[in-house]
Design a protein around this ligand. Structure first.
Ligand SMILES: NC(=O)c1ccc[n+]([C@@H]2O[C@H](COP(=O)([O-])OP(=O)(O)OC[C@H]3O[C@@H](n4cnc5c(N)ncnc54)[C@H](OP(=O)(O)O)[C@@H]3O)[C@@H](O)[C@H]2O)c1
Length: 258
């Protein structure tokens, strides 16, 4: 995603918790020498975030963009461990909160903060309640800070739909592929997003001088995807299901007579 900024002649500092991944990302981003700086940072640790921004001279950067998030817990709400849901909020809400609190004073006048929420907030899926709630909290933080930090800074939020990123690398390759394909097929645009699509949107939110308090959906139409099957297809599938059930019942009767 930082490529978009480098492609526009910008200089970026990228942070994550892992040195080797950062080095690989810097190589991948490319650009002129000195365009990409890397720093190790765990943004869920408030004292690390404070020291990180203490080390940055004011007025060096125009934008602060917080995309970081570790693994997200999923599961049926009633069975979910509350501690795991709290951990998700550490990454999704408190990380951006710390970054904004200590980073905002270091940004140039006219600069911007951009957070990332996600489509599940306004189009939930079953077993996703922690992300639904955490994404909503980031969008609310965006609106609160847009008011409070303006007019010196603008604050916006990108709400992505499904994107093909390393987020799903923990899945077995066939399962990952099947999940991304099935999700893509359900969308009006018939595909999931690619990181450059999000990069363009982040660049817009960071640089457009008249946008603040905005939540921008970049989701391939996820929010308008079909939520009920067409009547004829629904009726056909229902008939097939009933026929299957009847077949099973008659097999059961035959078995019990034998
Ligand atoms: N991909 C999607 O389909 C999708 C959909 C909706 C919303 N989103 C949202 O979009 C954002 C980015 O998602 P993504 O798909 O790009 O995720 P990703 O591929 O998993 O990348 C997340 C990045 O954050 C870093 N990170 C994780 N925890 C960190 C921490 N505590 N401090 C610093 N860096 C940390 C990771 O690097 P290290 O492990 O090296 O730290 C990794 O590079 C997230 O907020 C996610 O919820 C994604």
């Amino acid at each position: 995603m930082p490529q978009e900024f480098v492609a526009h002649g910008g200089r970026v500092m990228i942070c994550s918790r892992n040195t080797s991944k950062l080095e690989a990302a810097a190589q991948f981003i490319g650009g002129a020498p000195g365009s990409v700086e890397t720093r190790v940072l765990d943004n869920t640790d408030e004292s690390q975030v404070r020291s990180f921004f203490d080390s940055i001279e004011p007025g060096q950067f125009d934008a602060l963009i917080v995309t970081a998030l570790g693994r997200a817990v999923h599961g049926p709400f009633l069975n979910l461990d509350v501690a795991q849901a709290r951990e998700l909020f550490e990454g999704k809400l408190w990380g951006p909160w710390y970054c904004a609190k200590y980073g905002a004073p270091k940004l140039r006048d006219g600069g911007a903060i951009v957070f990332v929420s996600g489509v599940l907030c306004r189009r939930p899926g079953a077993n996703c309640t922690p992300l639904v709630a955490a994404n909503g909290s980031v969008e609310a933080l965006t609106r609160g800070l847009a008011l409070e930090l303006g007019p010196r800074l603008r604050v916006n939020c990108l709400s992505p739909g499904f994107f093909d990123t390393e987020r799903f690398d923990h899945l077995a390759p066939e399962k990952r592929q099947a999940m991304l394909e099935a999700t893509g097929d359900s969308l009006p645009l018939k595909c999931v997003g690619q990181p450059p699509d999000a990069g363009e949107a982040l660049y817009f939110l960071a640089t457009n001088k008249f946008s603040t308090g905005v939540v921008l959906d970049v989701d391939g139409g996820h929010q308008v995807r079909q939520y009920a099957l067409p009547n004829d297809l629904h009726a056909r599938l229902k008939r097939e299901r009933e026929a299957q059930n009847e077949q099973h019942e008659s097999n059961d009767v035959k078995k019990s007579c034998e």
